[in-house]
Design a protein around this ligand. Structure first.
Ligand SMILES: C[S@@+](CC[C@H](N)C(=O)[O-])C[C@H]1O[C@@H](n2cnc3c(N)ncnc32)[C@H](O)[C@@H]1O
Length: 244
């Protein structure tokens, strides 16, 4: 993928503004997400395993909030013979521009479409896999159900949604424990106290986490009978929901 430039965006004291997936962020994104999201590399690799399990030949695979396309590339590597159509959607021009060149270089023979659009306006069909990796959390909470309903309708029988999110906890003690561990994870990855606190201020109005219970109830309302948690790293989880 893109050469991993080091993320120093919040290193100097600054007037903090709301976080956006702009050119500056896209430039350092691989380094930023690895050092900020515990288990990110493992989770991306496991998406390849899930794709191997659930991809249906000649179907569509959607990556919603695809950023630089890491999830799509991992899934493609395990499903080369399935004749899939990969559709990546992201509303950041900076991300789309970079993923166009990078994904086309890394998966030149794939049937790949990269769309710069709001995922809330997208239509889904013939999908065996839809991945929403750390992106639902950036949508206004009251719009999340409508997106999941559209995803459910666009899945083939047996198709799956993989939903990864940062989560909140009902239990205040667990919430503090997981938040502290996440903070320590970032510190262990070289972020200073200033970087951690300025990034937190930048993102707190933009990334709105739900509890696991809220996610499960919403998935049920969208039509999914079951949603299984298959991955957790501190306050980051991933759920697998299958359409019967
Ligand atoms: C944390 S990143 C996702 C990481 C990526 N899925 C991965 O696994 O590497 C969130 C992405 O979602 C995109 N995004 C946020 N809201 C969106 C929306 N409403 N429509 C499309 N993309 C959106 C952002 O531009 C950003 O690239």
């Amino acid at each position: 993928m893109t050469a991993a430039k080091s993320d120093r965006l919040f290193a100097r004291p600054q007037q903090v503004v709301d976080f956006a997936f702009d050119d500056a962020v896209a430039d350092v994104f691989p380094d930023m997400i690895r050092r900020s999201v515990p288990g990110y590399d493992a989770l991306i690799a496991y998406l390849g395993v899930l794709a191997q399990q659930y991809a249906q030949p000649h179907s569509h695979v959607y990556d919603l909030g695809s950023s630089l396309g890491a999830a799509t590339l991992a899934m493609h590597r395990q499903t080369r013979t399935h004749q899939l159509k990969h559709i990546c959607i992201d509303n950041s021009e900076a991300m789309v521009k970079r993923s166009q060149s990078s994904l086309k270089r890394h998966m030149p023979d794939a049937d790949l479409q990269i769309i710069c659009a709001d995922i809330e306006t997208a239509e889904f069909y013939d999908a065996s896999i839809v991945v929403i990796n750390f992106t639902l959390q950036f949508l206004a909470p009251d719009t999340r159900l409508a997106l999941l309903k559209k995803v459910y309708d666009g899945l083939l029988p047996g198709g799956v949604l993989v939903l990864s999110e940062k989560i909140n906890f009902d239990d205040p003690l667990e919430s503090q424990l997981q938040t502290d561990l996440h903070h320590t994870f970032k510190s262990a990855n070289g972020y200073s106290e200033l970087e951690i606190s300025q990034k937190r201020s930048a993102i707190e109005n933009v990334l709105i986490p739900d509890t696991l219970a809220v996610h499960r109830a919403r998935l049920k309302e969208a039509g999914f009978n079951n949603a299984y948690q298959w991955f957790q790293s501190f306050n980051f989880v991933s759920l697998l929901a299958q359409k019967s």
